[in-house]
Design a protein around this ligand. Structure first.
Ligand SMILES: [Fe+2]
Ligand SMILES: [Fe+2]
Length: 355
């Protein structure tokens, strides 16, 4: 498969909104979905504006009550919509090598970025009642993560994660127009990162439906974060890339914990859950590697790539250095930054090792 297509496959839909702070309704792609996961949900009464057809639709919910976030194109004559950005293929062994990593803060600007991420992380954990266990620590029952809590967390965080790349790409685009100078390749990588984060969000939205409170939180967070990041990027793009690098370190930690819990049997509902069709197509997932665990492995690998890319960009001269991920190097025998998982560096590439 060479290109991304957003297909019209409709998921099994099992109704509605729970009462928790971050409200979610659940969807599944598996024909053997355990019923207990949906036990506390009530039926969603919203009607759908589009008609559906899917071989996977196995639901007692009437079809006209199913909400589709990304309905198939309704324009006459259109079969499907393709993306300009084709995701590089990751192998299983590459994804297994992903490690939690941390780049030491060595100067005041690093500390500004790291301090801001730590405040964000602390605030998010405090508000959502999340606790990250120390190695070997068993958390109290109230801090135990369920499938529903994980999806709520992923959806909120991915909705925020799609902002920095778009802001950075937009500002560099405008700067190029304004100064009538080329950008040397940064814009595409930044916009592609934003696209990739949005694909993470859309994938999770195929598995769960946010309620009004979550939507309100996403709206508020986007309003604040977009403007804050926009102003910060005008002042210091270098600190902003370092900030995203540290943010992605946290994303890798979060997904690593979720994968570990899934492997430890603590998330039984996900044992039989298949990755949504949108994910299968985007990551070009092999036929025997389309479980929820595989999906989390792909997403974690993406986050590790963002971690590397942003720490690397934070090491460069912002105004003049070319984007090392779009560069053709004179010496191809030397290791260089790449678009895929090859030569991945958790702490980013130092400028002297690239140019
Ligand atoms: Fe993400
Ligand atoms: Fe990310």
């Amino acid at each position: 498969m060479n290109s991304l297509t957003i297909s019209s496959t409709t998921p099994l839909r099992v109704a509605a909104r729970p009462q928790s702070l971050f409200c979610l309704a659940a969807r599944s792609y598996s024909g053997v979905t355990p019923t207990t996961f949906y036990g506390s949900f009530r039926v969603n009464r919203r009607s759908s504006p589009v008609a559906y057809s899917s071989k996977r639709l196995i639901s007692s919910t009437p079809q006209n009550q199913i909400k589709e976030y990304f309905p198939p194109p309704q324009t006459p004559g259109v079969k499907e919509v393709q993306s300009a950005w084709v995701h590089p293929v990751y192998t299983e062994s590459q994804m297994r090598t992903i490690q939690i990593a941390h780049r030491d803060a060595t100067n005041w600007s690093d500390w500004v970025a790291l301090g801001t991420v730590r405040i964000f992380r602390w605030g998010m954990d405090f508000v959502t009642g999340y606790k990250h266990p120390e190695p070997g620590q068993e958390l109290d029952a109230k801090f135990k993560m369920t499938e529903k809590k994980w999806l709520a967390r992923f959806i909120f965080l991915e909705s925020v994660a799609g902002v920095p790349g778009m802001v950075g790409g937009m500002l560099r685009h405008l700067r190029s127009l304004r100064r009538m100078k080329r950008d040397n390749g940064w814009i595409e990588t930044l916009l592609e990162e934003a696209f990739n984060e949005r694909m993470h969000l859309l994938t999770f939205l195929k598995l769960a439906e946010p309620g009004w409170f979550m939507r309100f939180m996403v709206l508020g967070a986007q309003g604040v974060f977009f403007n804050g990041f926009f102003l910060s990027y005008l002042i210091s793009p270098r600190i902003c890339h370092r900030f995203v690098g540290y943010l992605e370190e946290e994303a890798v930690i979060t997904y690593t914990r979720a994968i570990q819990e899934l492997e430890d049997g603590k998330l039984p509902e996900w044992n039989t859950l298949e990755a949504p069709e949108i994910a299968v197509q985007y990551w070009q997932m092999p036929e025997d590697k389309r479980t929820m665990k595989d999906l989390l492995m792909y997403i974690r690998a993406d986050e590790a790539k963002h971690r590397e890319v942003n720490h690397t960009l934070g090491n460069l001269v912002q105004a003049t250095d070319p984007n090392p991920y779009q560069t053709q190097y004179q010496d191809p025998t030397k290791e260089h930054p790449s678009k895929g998982m090859e030569n991945l560096k958790g702490e980013g590439w130092e400028r002297k090792d690239i140019f």
